[in-house]
Design a protein around this ligand. Sequence first.
Ligand code: OGA
Ligand code: MN
Length: 296
Amino acid sequence: MSITVKQLHPDFIGEIGGTDPSQPIDDATFAEIQNAIDRNAVLVFHGPKLSEDEQAAFAERFGPLYADNRLLKKDNKDRIGPKLVDISNLNENNEKMARDDRRRMFGLANQLWHTDASFKAVSAKYSLLHAHTVVPEGGETQFADMRAAYDALPQKMKDKIDGLEAEHCIATSRAKLGFTEFSDEERKALPPVIHNLVRTHPATGRKALYLASHASHIVGWPVPEGRMLIRDLMEHATQPEFVHSHTWQVGDVVIWDNRCTMHRARPFDQDAYRRDMRRATVMDPDYMEKPARLSA
Ligand code: OGA
Ligand code: MN
């Protein structure tokens, strides 16, 4: 089978036709999908709603999934199965979460630009987000092409940042919105980690900025100077020419390469509308350019 790829942005974002993620995908078709994601960094599939097992099976074609998807250990009441991350505004009874629900407050940070699991020593390779219920206004997901953003930097800046490392921690992004109520168990489970600020993509050889709201400072630099650099680079990378906004339809699967993109959710009226999204997350255990390590 041959897939079709429609370019939704000149540099990235491919809309894929000619294949259905709910069906087993043969190796030749999968190789075309792999080429398309290497080229486009983000792929959009329209299709039917997938069960947890179907979504996980599609994701597992790209590599192993995280075994533990739960960041908030205290709230051990799940609405969906363990293979997926619940990205909805719904509680375990399938009702809209209250404003002060800890999970809703925590989840708001998905509206800050980030890349998934940069706060883990084994960061994420791909995320596959699947729409079960969509909202009539707001709730889009925006993507930023961190390869194009890197390419557009002045040579002086490239020389300055090549070889730098940043510290990433889940508490950093949450603290930006004033969410600090982590239990000791939660804090211990997610210590800060260090990643390269610039990554070379193993398939394309293209360099990309590796940034997120989880990044707090540059290793070895005074904190304010590092934080300012991260802010400036995030601002640069999220200028309109590097950004595409996806408006969801029920059944959509969007796959993104976390090594060379950032994304964020856009706001919507959480008290009025149900938004039910589920994410499968593929680990990147073999990222070896300069291995991530725990912060000292
Ligand atoms: C995610 C995420 C954004 C959204 O699933 O990792 O950040 O629009 N989602 O829900
Ligand atoms: Mn995310």
